[in-house]
Design a binder for this molecule. Structure first.
Ligand SMILES: Cc1ncc(COP(=O)(O)O)c(C=O)c1O
Length: 435
């Protein structure tokens, strides 16, 4: 019988369900997780700094989530209709999210942003979407346009980062640089009459918005008669309970949630102004302005019960102060490890998110983040992975959870220092050999 890893390399392209891009020698199969750690099918313990790409903010197998899921699954797992569980969650989202008069659920963040985009096109009768270069909004066509272009064209032209997208998607997606309000304003002045919506990750990948950027963006978008979408799939319930809206004090027209909302269970949610959301009412079916949305598993009672349990945890006293303190502790520790070694790097991040970028200046958008030494970052990520830190070496963002402590961060940082020294030594000897 071949090992679990061999079997996964055989049945999954690249041996996984997407995005990890690990060399086969590092491939793993996970058996279980608990708190901030997981165990592979070979019995190896790893500390987890990916946390299901940020979806498991409570920590793996949190008793409150396990209890909520177990109780609900025994009472039925899907009706594709409103349940007590989905109703309670919808009420909580509408009461905490100032952007949301109404909400609907999907099964993923991809669906949530896709519906937001469709709603803006239908509402304005315009064809185009403006997104920011380097931003990810899910696996749909707009999400993968200008995600990581190698030779980016002049703004606002886009470049698809995936083959196979519908050609119209590239024609109808315009691209702007994050944090550059002047260029955004110019694009909106020129193309505004065609732009239905502007979608933004308020905290793009690991880049913070400059002061005033999001408020200025909202004003410019509204002057152009378009709608502003906040993709809060990462920021929602993570930077603050009220997400980016609360944290940065800017309220969009539409908002998409996912990841931390479900506490590790599959979920997406999209909501916004009543007049925009009402376009999905099925009594309008057949009207030219009717917007189709449907998701067989969206809002299922197991996911929504888990989400309500997760939100109860997030509402506990001091949770966000703790997440921010821990994130700052991790970033400070990483900065001092690199400073001790005289390495030029920027430690990016906010709240429970961190990223190391080997570059001289703090990046503010996709193009300036490309000045960072991505090869060194990747070698370091793979070295960390081989030393028992579970992370996604393709996206170097590190996610903390409620289960992480200073001790988990110390363990990570000890491994980080050793991994960095090993990678650095290896690159020095390659250098010496080739000179
Ligand atoms: C900002 C952002 N939006 C949307 C998505 C898509 O969410 P999902 O993977 O649940 O479809 C992601 C996923 O990483 C994301 O980071």
């Amino acid at each position: 019988m071949s090992s679990a890893v061999d079997r996964s390399l055989s049945v999954f392209p690249a041996g996984c369900n997407g995005e990890f891009n690990l060399p086969p020698r590092l491939a793993k199969v996970i058996a279980r997780g608990e708190g901030p750690q997981l165990w592979t099918s070979d019995g190896e313990r790893m500390i987890d700094f990916s946390m299901g790409w940020g979806s498991v903010l409570p920590g793996h197998a949190h008793p409150a989530i396990v209890e909520a899921v177990s109780q609900q699954v025994a009472r039925g797992s899907n009706f594709a209709y409103v349940t007590e569980a989905s109703l309670a969650l919808a009420e909580e989202i509408v009461s905490m999210s100032p952007a949301c008069d109404q909400v609907r659920f999907s099964a993923s963040g991809t669906e949530a942003t896709m519906y937001c985009l469709r709603l803006t096109r239908a509402f304005t009768g315009r064809p185009k979407i403006l997104k920011f270069e380097g931003a990810y909004h899910g696996a749909h066509d707009v999400g993968v346009v200008s995600l990581f272009p190698n030779n980016p064209p002049d703004f606002p032209e886009c470049l698809s980062s995936s083959a196979g997208i519908e050609p119209g998607a590239a024609v109808n997606t315009l691209v702007a640089p994050f944090n550059d309000l002047e260029t955004v304003q110019q694009i909106l002045q020129r193309h505004g009459h065609e732009i239905a919506g502007v979608i933004v990750e308020p905290f793009q990948r690991c880049l913070s918005p400059l002061p005033g950027f999001l408020a200025g963006l909202k004003k410019a978008v509204h002057e152009a008669g378009a709608l502003l979408i906040f993709d809060e799939v990462v920021t929602g319930f993570r930077l603050a309970y009220g997400g980016a809206q609360e944290y940065y004090g800017v309220i969009p027209d539409l908002v998409a949630y996912g990841k931390a909302l479900g506490g590790g269970m599959p979920i997406g949610a999209y909501g916004g102004r009543r007049d925009v959301m009402e376009q999905v009412c099925e009594d309008r079916l057949g009207d030219p302005g009717y917007v189709w949305t449907a998701s067989t598993l969206g809002g299922n009672p197991v996911s929504t019960a888990a989400a309500s349990a997760a939100l109860s945890l997030y509402r506990e006293e001091g949770v966000y102060a703790r997440l921010h303190r821990l994130g700052a502790y991790l970033r400070r520790s990483l900065a001092s490890i690199l400073a001790e070694r005289d390495v030029t790097a920027q430690i990016l991040g906010d709240g429970p998110i961190a990223q190391v970028a080997f570059t001289e200046a703090t990046p503010r958008d996709y193009r300036s983040s490309r000045h960072a030494d991505g090869r060194l970052a990747r070698r370091l990520m793979l070295e960390l992975f081989s030393r028992g830190v579970f992370l996604n070496p393709m996206g170097t963002k590190l996610y903390l959870s409620l289960a992480h402590t200073e001790a988990t961060c110390d363990e990570f940082c000890g491994t980080f220092a050793d991994a960095f020294d090993a990678v650095y030594r290896a690159s020095e000897s390659t250098h010496a050999m080739s000179s």
